[in-house]
Structures are given as C-alpha cells and as structure tokens.
Design a protein around this ligand. Structure first.
Ligand code: HBI
Length: 358
C-alpha cells in the first residue's frame, strides 16, 4: 500500500547546533532521515538551535541557551532549564506551526517534549536517542508509553529495554548515506577509535589495548570533556599525536577506511553506535564490547568481534584476529541493513501508525 506524502516537523536536540558534533548520533540520524524521507516525496522541516547546518537542506534556526547534556548528570538530577532556553523556544515554534503539519517528531532526550505530548492537537512522536539515564526522563517516557502507545521510537532493542517499557517502542535502527563512504580493500597498519571524547565512551580501554598490541590508534571525534582528556594525556602521552579532531564525513571516512579495524569500548549501553556502520561501509571490521547497540550490529567472525565488556585483554586478542574477518562482507552488511532507503521506509511505516492509529 503506497503511503501518502506527509508534512513532517522534526525538532532537533537542544544541546548544540546541527553540524557542531555536540548532538552526537542524533545529528547524523536527522540528516539521513530527512534526506531519505524527502527522496520519498515527504516534506520535512527541521527545527534546531541557531547556527545549525544540515548539508544543503534548510533548517529553521531558533535562538536561546543550549540545554546541558543529559549523560553527564546523575540519575536523581532534577529537570532543569536555563533562562531563555532554546528547547522552550523550539517547542513554542512547534505549537505555533502544528496546524500546518501531519506529525511532529521530537529528537531531544529531554523532559519537556515528552511532557507536552498531551497538550498538542497534532500528534507528537518521540525518537529516543539514548538508554535510560535519569529518573526524571524515565518518568516522562513511561507517561508517553502509557498514554500514547506507539509514539516512542528507539535505535535498538537493548536500548528500549533500559526503560522497562520495551514493548512500547518501535525499533528503527539507523543508517548512513553509503555513497559517501568508499570501500577500502587494503588498509594501513593503524586502528581507529571514533566518538565523542567523554568518559562513558571508554577511550582509555582502546588506548590501553592498542599500546599492548603495539599498534597505532587514530582517534576522531568531538572533544567534549576537557578534564577527561587531560587525564588521558597524562596516562597515555602519545594520545595528543593520535587525536585528529572532529572531522566532517568526507574527511572522516578518508581516515577511517584506511584502518584495519574500529575499536568500540563504551562503558554505557550505547544506544546504537553509528560509527560502527560508518566503519562497515568502508569495509572496516568492528571490534566492540558485547553490550548495547554494537552487540546487535556486529556479526562475530564475519564483520567483527564482540569482546566481554571492559575486558582489555579481550580487545588485544581480537586485534590479533582481525585478518580472519572479511572487509567485503563488512561493506555488504552496511548495504543490506543500513541504507538510507531502508531507514526512511522503517520510519515512514512508524509515522503512518502514529498518524492513523488502529
Ligand atoms: N542531552 N539534554 C540532552 N538532550 C539531548 O537531546 C541529548 C543530550 N545528550 C546527548 C545527545 N542528546 C546526543 O548526543 C545523542 O545523540 C546521544
């Protein structure tokens, strides 16, 4: 059954402008999804903090103070808003424009949009970008699960399970624009590590494993936590030379594709791990801790290895076994499971059930 063309209003994360890297995986998801849905004839308007850019697509920029990131705070932290909050301002825009759209989709991991669900006359769906982090957010998400079943989306099953209401979630996975990632059959000697540089990403384990295995590590990503970075520099003096900064997709894949493998060493339950599919698209196998999203992506012995969580020696052993993996199979997995079209079709189906429930 062909679905009709929809008018969609996407509200981005309030932690940073799109293109800054502060929004982590959500930035890539928004870019890919809006492209994939436009290609299928839908009209997508993206609302995001002022200064945002989303390739060549138009963005409605909203002023105001950025929201502090949720993942650096404890479980009991109260819900807080800065004065002149960009999140408040974005949702005021949504309320004012709701009659012109078929569906509003929230991409912020913040209390306000979940709370507002019942006060909007147009349907609001929520794409949840991280696992459970605080009691306040859990409560807001459960409220939506009870009052509006079907309105919650997540990247992976393990991520949804952290909220205790997994059945209320639509599992949507992720995707990348495969054309932007070039397959590389013959890599150089280095390994890669990609991500926001922040304690929950566990970069020290990758550094330790690389040091033991005596291979060099190329580090890419947004330097988010300066104190954490300082402590890494003291413990691993070579790290400053290994860090190549936060690169846009083209530059990132140029470095990544020449690596022998990607190391993923998260301490938390990584909701998905877009970097895993970026690596696969380049033909780069993934060595990851067997927890969260990466454990649902990697096919052990074929496109990577899964290692017991927090086991540095396990990483070292997996590094010794990289040559048993097939770079062609990595690219193939990315093409079959993680294309933009596949993602757009999964979201499209979910949106239809929200717009026309029952
Ligand atoms: N924190 N408060 C808040 N809101 C978000 O939307 C948010 C966040 N921290 C991280 C984050 N989003 C993104 O990095 C996700 O991609 C994980």
């Amino acid at each position: 059954m062909p679905s009709s063309h929809r008018r969609l209003l996407f509200l981005s994360t309030p932690v940073g402008p799109l293109g800054s890297g502060l929004g982590g995986g959500v930035e890539l998801t928004l870019l890919n999804l809006s492209q994939g849905l436009r290609a299928r004839g839908h009209q997508v308007t993206v609302v995001a903090p002022e200064g945002s850019s989303l390739a060549d697509a138009p963005v409605v920029g909203i002023g105001g103070q950025l929201q502090p990131t949720a993942h650096t705070q404890g479980r009991a932290t109260p819900i807080i808003f800065p004065a002149d909050s960009v999140l408040e301002n974005m949702w005021r825009y949504a309320r004012q424009h709701q009659s012109q759209v078929d569906l509003i989709v929230n991409f912020a991991y913040d209390w306000l949009p979940f709370y507002l669900t019942e006060f909007f006359s147009s349907p609001v769906a929520h794409f949840v970008s991280m696992g459970s982090l605080s009691d306040g957010m859990d409560g807001a998400i459960r409220q939506v699960a009870q009052g509006f079943p079907g309105r919650l989306g997540a990247y992976t099953r393990t991520q949804a399970e952290t909220f205790g209401v997994a059945e209320a979630f639509e599992i949507l996975g992720s995707a990348i624009d495969l054309e932007q990632y070039e397959f590389c059959p013959f890599p150089g000697p280095a390994l890669a590590w990609l991500g926001r540089i922040s304690p929950e990403k566990g970069l020290e384990d990758a550094l330790e494993a690389a040091a033991i295995a005596q291979v060099s590590l190329k580090i890419l990503g947004k330097l988010e936590d300066a104190n954490y970075w300082q402590s890494l520099c003291q413990r691993f003096p070579e790290v400053a030379d290994s860090y190549l900064g936060f690169l846009p997709t083209h530059g990132l894949q140029q470095v990544l594709r020449q690596c022998r493998a990607l190391l993923m060493t998260p301490r938390w339950i990584e909701a998905f791990g877009n970097v895993a599919i970026e690596a696969l698209a380049c033909g780069v196998p993934v060595i990851a801790y067997a927890r969260g999203g990466p454990a649902e992506i990697v096919q052990p012995g074929k496109t990577g290895w899964l290692v017991p969580p927090d086991d540095v020696q396990g990483l070292v052993d997996a590094i010794a076994d990289i040559d048993r993996l097939d770079r062609q199979a990595c690219r193939h997995q990315a093409e079959t499971d993680y294309s933009l079209k596949a993602l757009a079709m999964r979201f499209e189906q979910w949106f239809e059930t929200v717009i026309n429930p029952g």
